[in-house]
Design a protein around this ligand. Structure first.
Ligand SMILES: C[S@@+](CC[C@H](N)C(=O)[O-])C[C@H]1O[C@@H](n2cnc3c(N)ncnc32)[C@H](O)[C@@H]1O
Length: 316
C-alpha cells in the first residue's frame, strides 16, 4: 500500500534523526582516553552547532591531546540543518558551507574523511551497513553507535568474525535514550521522557582497543544433554544464555547475539552466524543438515538468531 510505504519511509527517515546525549558519550568515551592522543577526530554525521559529539571533543580537546577536530553534516532544510564543514584546532573554530549535500559518501566528504585518523559519531541507522565498511576500507579507527541488529548484517558480521570490529562498553541494559525531534513515540514505556525516545538494543561498535575484551568469562555450568539440546539442522548445541556456556563442552555451540558483549577472542572462536531463513554458507560457517529455514531448529521450532562459537581451551 503506497500510504504505508510512505509512512514507513518517513519513520525510517525520522529514526535517522535521533541525537545522542552527552552523558552517553561521556560514559563510553572515558574508556579510550590515551588512544586519542595526537589524533585528528572526525564527527561526520554531526551538525557542529548542535552535536554533543562535537561539543564533547571540543571541550576535552587539550585533555585528550587531540591534533584536530573536524565535523561535517548533511543538508536537512526541514530541520534547519545546512551542509557544513567545521574545523577546530584547539583555539579557533571555522565553519564553512560545503559545496554538495554533506552526504558522508560524497567525494567532498570522503576528502575530509581522508584527513582524519578516527571517526566518532552516531550515523544514520539506515545507512550503517554502508557506513562501517566505508570507514574500514579507508583504514580508519572508529567508535560509532548502532543498532544491535547490525551484528547480523552480512556487511558487518564478517568484520566481527575476523576481529576487525567489536563492541564497545555499551549503554545501560543496551538501551539508549536519544533526543528525538521528529518521531512520534507511541510506545507505552514506563521510562518515557519528554523530547526523548527510548531505543532498546543499541551498542557502540569500534575497532579501538577495548580492555574488557581481554577478560575471561567465568564458566561454571557443565554440559548435560538435557540442558543443552542439539539442533535438528546443525551439529551444535543450544546455549540460550551466554552465562550458561558449558565449561566442558568442546564442540560447537549456538549463543545469542548478545554474547558479543562478553566475547574475548582468546577464549572463544566465532565460527559463523545463523540469523536468516536463507542458508548462506559463507556466513553460517558450519555445515547445514536441513533443507528449509536456516535458523537453528530445536524440537521442531525455529529459534532466534544464533552465533556459532567454540571454546579455545575447554575445561573439565
Ligand atoms: C542518528 S542521527 C545522529 C546525529 C548525531 N551524530 C548525534 O549523535 O547526535 C544521524 C545523523 O546523520 C545524518 N545523516 C543522514 N543521512 C546522512 C548522510 N547520507 N550523510 C551524512 N549524514 C547523514 C542525519 O541527518 C542525522 O543528523
Amino acid at each position: 500500500m503506497p500510504g504505508n510505504t510512505n509512512l514507513r519511509a518517513a519513520q525510517r527517515l525520522a529514526r535517522d534523526e535521533f541525537y545522542t546525549q552527552r552523558s552517553d558519550i561521556e560514559r563510553e568515551l572515558r574508556h579510550y582516553g590515551p588512544q586519542f592522543r595526537g589524533k585528528t577526530v572526525l564527527c561526520n554525521c554531526d551538525d557542529p552547532r548542535t552535536s554533543q559529539f562535537f561539543a564533547y571533543f571540543r571541550d576535552h580537546f587539550h585533555e585528550l591531546g587531540l591534533k584536530r577536530l573536524l565535523a561535517s553534516c548533511v543538508s536537512r532544510p526541514e530541520l534547519d540543518q545546512k551542509a557544513v564543514y567545521a574545523q577546530f584546532d584547539g583555539e579557533k573554530l571555522a565553519i564553512r558551507p560545503l559545496k554538495g549535500s554533506g552526504d558522508f559518501r560524497s567525494a567532498e566528504c570522503l576528502a575530509i574523511l581522508r584527513q582524519a585518523d578516527m571517526v566518532v559519531t552516531n550515523p544514520p541507522f539506515s545507512l550503517f551497513r554502508e557506513f562501517v565498511p566505508l570507514l574500514e576500507s579507508h583504514g580508519k579507527k572508529f567508535l560509532v553507535v548502532g543498532s544491535q541488529n547490525a551484528i547480523t548484517y552480512q556487511e558487518i558480521f564478517p568484520l566481527i568474525q575476523k576481529n576487525r570490529l567489536w563492541l564497545g562498553f555499551g549503554f545501560p541494559s543496551a538501551a539508549a535514550h536519544f533526543v528525538n525531534r521528529c518521531y512520534t513515540d507511541y510506545a507505552a514505556s514506563t521510562d518515557h521522557r519528554e523530547g526523548m525516545i527510548r531505543v532498546s538494543g543499541v551498542q557502540w561498535f569500534t575497532n579501538l582497543d577495548v580492555e574488557k575484551r581481554r577478560e575471561f568469562l567465568p564458566l561454571v555450568c557443565r554440559y548435560t544433554p538435557r540442558k543443552f539440546p542439539k539442533y535438528e539442522n546443525y551439529d551444535a548445541i543450544e546455549v540460550a544464555h551466554t552465562a550458561e556456556i558449558p565449561r566442558d563442552w568442546p564442540g560447537v555451540m549456538g549463543v545469542p547475539i548478545t554474547f558479543l558483549t562478553k566475547y574475548n577472542p582468546d577464549q572463544f572462536t566465532i565460527l559463523g552466524l545463523a540469523a536468516s531463513a536463507k542458508y548462506r554458507p559463507e556466513l553460517v560457517g558450519i555445515p547445514f543438515k536441513g533443507t528449509g529455514n536456516a535458523k537453528p531448529i530445536l524440537n521442531g521450532k525455529i529459534t532466534y538468531a544464533r552465533i556459532f562459537i567454540q571454546q579455545k581451551n575447554p575445561g573439565e
